[in-house]
Design a protein around this ligand. Structure first.
Ligand SMILES: Nc1ncnc2c1ncn2[C@@H]1O[C@H](COP(=O)(O)OP(=O)(O)OP(=O)(O)O)[C@@H](O)[C@H]1O
Ligand SMILES: [Mg+2]
Length: 251
């Protein structure tokens, strides 16, 4: 993999110059790209499928991720601009967020106020509500897949690598994702909107227990974590509870 890092620095993809690696993962590597076109100012993020992942099902999944994102339009969901191939590299170009993912914020104990945490959780819930309205299940809701700018104002839900458009059949033939956040039914190959609610519930628990008084949320979180999908509350219900807590916050 080291070889690819060296090869790509300074290289031009579309009209962007590869500046640095932002992330090196098992499936993909993400680079920051600087526009070479004088009319454009904004850097981009370029997600490249690691070449040793150039297997048909991985390439199909990469293309599907792009297609799903291309059809979504929401201020808190990452925008994609272009899908392409350069030699043996499959890439997608998307808007760049100068900040951290929520996992880094948690791990580095970055200072963040309680109302800000509540607002972040509300916005994540609303972004999930939006994708569900488009019949998409994200399937990988977790802090690593939420990007937040340094001033905490810009938030983006990312990584639709496991996302699925629900049709008549609700079977999944893969069970990717991070164990802690995966709803039990997903491990049996069932994919449903309620599985995202489980993951969202786990994430709310993680954030509220670290930053905010948590007791009033135990009942709703315990329901969101229910083994039985039908017992889980709706996103609307969870968001309303978070909003109440946010509005009543007095500092
Ligand atoms: N548009 C972006 N702007 C800035 N940073 C980004 C962007 N997209 C992704 N990143 C960074 O890269 C990380 C991984 O992104 P993403 O979740 O899309 O990759 P992944 O498919 O999970 O990678 P892998 O499966 O190989 O681990 C994010 O947590 C974030 O830190
Ligand atoms: Mg990810």
């Amino acid at each position: 993999m080291e070889q690819y890092k060296i090869k790509l620095k300074g290289q031009i993809i579309e009209s962007y110059k590869i500046e640095e690696i932002i992330w090196q993962g098992g499936t993909s590597t993400i680079y920051k790209g600087i526009p070479q076109d004088l009319n454009s100012q904004n850097p981009v993020a370029i997600k490249i499928l690691n070449p040793y992942r150039n297997l048909k099902h991985q390439i199909d999944a990469f293309k599907k991720e792009y297609k799903i994102l291309k059809n979504l339009s929401h201020s808190d969901i990452i925008k994609v601009f272009k899908l392409g191939k350069l030699n043996n590299l499959y890439y997608m170009i998307m808007e760049y967020v100068d900040g951290n993912n929520l996992r880094t914020i948690l791990n580095k104990n970055i200072e963040i106020s309680c109302p800000t945490i509540l607002k972040i959780l509300i916005r994540i819930g609303q972004a999930i509500e939006y994708i569900h309205s488009k019949k998409i299940v994200h399937n990988d809701i977790k802090p690593e897949n939420i990007l937040i700018s340094k001033d905490f104002l810009n938030l983006k839900l990312i990584d639709f690598g496991f996302a699925k458009k629900l049709g008549f059949f609700r079977k999944l033939n893969y069970t990717g994702g991070t164990d802690k956040y995966i709803a039990p039914e997903r491990k049996k190959g069932i994919c449903d909107f309620k599985s995202d609610i489980y993951s969202y519930g786990i994430m709310i628990e993680e954030l509220l227990s670290k930053y905010v008084i948590f007791e009033e949320f135990y009942p709703v979180i315990n329901l969101a974590k229910s083994e039985q999908p039908e017992k889980r509350p709706s996103l609307k219900e969870i968001i309303e509870k978070l909003e109440k807590l946010y509005e009543n916050w007095d500092n």
